[in-house]
Write a protein that binds this ligand. Structure first.
Ligand code: NAD
Length: 321
């Protein structure tokens, strides 16, 4: 029998970027962690140091199929998060969000577990209002190439709230904004990893459009703290809640910042055509998280970028061996 304080916690997508950090943190807190992942975009390298941990278990499983395990809490993170990966097999992306949500909600209902959905700022689409509060319903193109992800995540939110209303299931829904840090996939086309990898390889730094579109970047540790606060036993608030860093930078500023922190880089910035449905601006309104969770992102971009650059340098060294 588990001690009352130790929970059995399932993290789907636990071998991915965010999931691997969350698994590590939950283990530090003394919980039993079951990491379920089909390794589509995740990697055992992200959890290599955890595999021998007595409270950690890895299961290769696709969440589009039902899962029968006994757990107290579920963090549902399984889903490719970058356009290059979620557009690779768009039907599977929608299935992962929608069937994955149905399967994990069914599991939560069976075993009476609390379940958190990793939703996304993409539910706001290309927003007409800026910054976006949770009350904003979004502007998503339902037939565009990002829709498999955006609409999949929107439908997952719907399912979560219907399980909450219909079955009284304890749910939590967080809308994650751009997050970066160690364990990001080096070739996933996300802007921070792209720029860092390009700069380390002395390749041209590709800025889409004129680089004046803005993004806010949240460091992984801040996000993980927010996820844990949302799941905390004394927390009644179900969401949806935005978790992101409201400090806004243009894409061009980010490129210049990365180059400043990799002074030996011979890269130069080049400009390419903006992809379809690329949002002009994306910035979270985090008033709700501040008020109800007493949560605030604290990591400065410079510190987060330094840690991320160190990680990608290690990757290069490893692959050179
Ligand atoms: N990183 C961000 O900036 C960001 C922003 C908003 C939302 N999110 C959400 O957070 C979650 C984690 O994102 P991430 O950045 O860690 O991405 P990631 O691609 O690194 O991790 C996703 C993980 O899910 C796994 N996976 C994918 N499909 C699966 C399936 N059918 N069954 C089992 N496992 C599957 C992948 O192998 C991977 O390990 C995702 O749900 C994503 O939508 C992330």
């Amino acid at each position: 029998m588990r001690r009352a304080i130790n929970k059995g916690i399932l993290v789907t997508g636990g071998a991915g970027f965010i999931g691997s950090h969350l698994c590590r943190k939950l283990l530090e807190q003394g919980h039993d962690v079951l990491c379920v992942d089909n390794l589509f975009t995740g990697s055992k390298d992200n959890i290599r140091d955890l595999l021998a941990h007595p409270n950690f278990e890895f299961m290769r499983h696709d969440v589009t199929f039902p899962l029968y395990v006994e757990v107290d809490e579920i963090y549902n993170l399984a889903c490719p998060a970058s356009p290059v990966h979620y557009q690779f097999d768009p039907v599977q992306t929608t299935k992962t969000s929608v069937h994955g949500a149905i399967n994990m909600l069914g599991l939560a209902k069976r075993v009476k577990a609390k379940i958190l959905q990793a939703s996304t700022s993409e539910v706001y689409g290309d927003p007409e209002i800026h910054p976006q509060p949770e009350s904003y319903w979004g502007r998503v193109n339902p037939v565009g190439t990002r829709a498999c992800y955006d609409e999949g995540k929107r439908c997952a939110e719907t399912l979560f709230f219907d399980y909450y209303r219909q079955f009284d299931l304890p749910i939590r829904v967080v809308r994650i904004f751009n997050t970066y840090g160690p364990n990001m996939h080096p070739n996933d086309g996300r802007v921070v990893s792209n720029f860092v990898v390009q700069a380390l390889r002395d390749e041209e730094i590709t800025v889409y459009g004129d680089g004046s579109q803005t993004r806010s970047f949240q460091y992984i540790d801040d996000l993980v703290n927010g996820l844990l606060l949302m799941m905390a036993d004394d927390q009644e608030f179900v969401g949806p809640v935005n978790l992101g860093n409201p400090n806004e930078f243009t894409i061009l500023e980010l490129a210049k910042h990365v180059l400043k922190l990799i002074p030996e880089s011979k890269s130069r910035i080049i400009f390419r055509e903006l992809p379809a449905d690329d949002p002009r601006q994306r910035k979270p309104d985090i008033a709700l998280a501040r008020k109800l969770l007493a949560w605030n992102p604290v990591t400065e971009l410079e510190e987060g970028l330094r840690n991320t650059i160190t990680y990608f340098r290690t990757l290069r060294t490893d692959s050179a061996e």
